[in-house]
Design a binder for this molecule. Structure first.
Ligand code: PEP
Ligand code: MN
Length: 360
């Protein structure tokens, strides 16, 4: 697998000796709030100061951002701290205002990436800009839609492009706010190794206690940077309170993260190894999750069998499953012996669950 980036990008030109870090509040709330956070992030590894000025909220009636006024606060951040600035744009008017206020990095939010019309409008408004433009993944796990947005920007002659992985919406209950579906950004990186990719652990987790682990996984998977929501008083933030960390916590996170640089043969080997291991860990988690869900369904069958007074073991059904899975396994390079042993173990666990229900 090809991991090392071949082409020089805007990211290399920044000349950083660590992953790119974008940090700042979910929303700009007041001038004091914005400046206070920015001053605490000054002279750290943070490169860009983020703040949402126009906030896409799921339900009306929540805080929808301070609007253009906040762009003046971001200009002040740059003057007072030297930090570069970043905000979300969601239509032509936002783009024009952000460019007027010399915002350095613009991103397209997850709810905009799903709409080719709005992405095209933003691309037209940005035509030929030398600002950095990052595209968040769409709300739904659709790689083509994500890439389509990048293509529209690229066609509009925008050169400093990148993507942000912020996870995907799901109906199923999950410990994440937006499930990472790591295989999507991995596929994207494999297809476009030179497109910088930033991880957004804040919107993936929705929970400040999980930010570190998701950030570390992203770095192990060779992500180029992180965007982390940071607020001086997270619990009283006007949006996304549960996921924001204080500047102090952010600085500790940046210190504790293991950063693997591709500098020599030994480092390259370790880097590739940790990348592959991170992928294995993700798949192992998915295996356990799937098995847990399979057993829950099996419990449901147990309840039904109890109601109808039917025996737990139905050998016809079991033989059918085994036959189908041996064939399926063969097509994936798994030996018959392995599939047999695996499914016997799964079946036994399933029987144990059902017997507990029927006799319990
Ligand atoms: C944000 O970054 O504050 C934001 C609204 O993110 P997303 O588009 O990922 O929901
Ligand atoms: Mn947010």
């Amino acid at each position: 697998m090809e991991n090392s980036k071949q082409m020089r990008t805007w990211l290399d030109d920044l000349g950083l000796n660590h992953p790119l870090v974008i940090a700042g509040p979910c929303s700009a709330e007041t001038e004091d709030q914005v400046l206070k956070i920015a001053h605490e992030l000054k002279d750290t590894d943070v490169n860009y100061f983020r703040a949402g000025i126009w906030k896409p909220r799921t339900r009306p009636g929540n805080f929808e951002g301070v609007g253009a006024l906040g762009l003046k606060w971001l200009q002040k951040v740059k003057e007072e701290t030297g930090l570069k600035t970043a905000t979300e744009v969601a239509n032509r008017a936002h783009v024009e205002l952000a460019l007027e206020h010399d915002i350095d990095l613009l991103w397209i939010g997850a709810r905009s990436t799903v709409s080719p019309f709005i992405v095209q409008e933003i691309a037209d408004a940005l035509q030929g800009t030398d600002k950095i433009v990052l595209v968040k993944n769409p709300v739904n796990p659709d790689l083509s839609l994500w890439l389509g947005a990048v293509e529209r920007l690229s066609t509009a002659n925008i050169k400093k492009l990148g993507v942000i992985h912020r996870g995907f919406s799901t109906y199923e209950k999950s410990k994440y706010r937006n499930i990472p579906e790591w295989q999507l950004p991995i596929e994207l990186q494999t297809k476009f190794p030179d497109l910088p990719i930033i991880n957004d652990p804040s919107h993936i987790t929705g929970n400040r206690d999980m930010i570190f682990d998701v950030s570390q996984t992203a770095l192990d998977l060779n992500f180029d940077g992180l965007i982390i929501e940071t607020h001086c008083d997270p619990d009283n933030a006007w949006s996304d309170a549960a996921q924001q960390v204080t500047p102090k916590v952010l600085i500790q996170i940046m210190k504790d993260l293991q950063i693997r640089k591709e500098s020599n043969e030994e480092a390259e080997y370790k880097n590739q190894l940790s990348n592959l291991r991170a992928q294995i860990d993700i798949i192992d988690g998915q295996l356990i999750d799937s098995l847990g869900r399979r057993m829950k369904i099996s419990d449901g069958i147990g309840t039904l069998k109890k109601q109808k007074n039917v025996a737990v073991l139905q050998s016809n059904r079991w033989n059918q499953i085994l036959g189908a899975m041996i064939l399926e396994g063969e097509s994936k390079g798994l030996s018959e012996e392995f599939v047999l042993r695996l499914f016997k173990a799964i079946h036994q666990e399933s029987i144990n669950h059902q017997e507990k229900i029927i006799n319990g």
